[in-house]
Design a protein. Structure first.
Length: 116
């Protein structure tokens, strides 16, 4: 089981293996994903707005889905995002349902139609 817990590949969406979000964030941090991206209408920000990263500048490296079977409203996706043009790697958490961040069409398309 130890090998599974330390492998990001095993934790990716659709594998049937579920870890807690905090465990995945910890593993991603070890791989250099240290920023916490927040979504604005047409870009992501990190470091209290010091960096603005637009959809054309991001790469979705991985995504992880979390679903609580006892509460369908408790679902989220964790994106591992890199921005090579500014040398940043971080995470963005998106919830399902009414609590989603308001985003432009370009932002939504970049998250949903990534080549990973």
């Amino acid at each position: 089981m130890e090998a599974e817990v330390n492998s990001i590949d095993v934790l990716e969406a659709g594998t049937g293996f579920m870890q807690s979000m905090s465990e995945v964030i910890h593993l991603l941090d070890k791989k250099g994903y240290r920023e916490n991206f927040s979504a604005k209408i047409d870009h992501f920000e990190c470091r209290s707005g010091t960096f603005r990263i637009y959809p054309k500048d991001i790469v979705i490296d991985s995504l992880f889905r979390f679903e609580n079977t006892s509460d369908p409203d408790d679902q989220s996706i964790l994106y591992a995002i890199s921005a090579p043009s500014v040398g940043l790697k971080g995470v963005y958490v998106e919830s399902y349902g009414v609590n989603q961040d308001e985003m432009s069409k370009e932002m939504i398309e970049r998250l949903k139609n990534h080549p990973h």
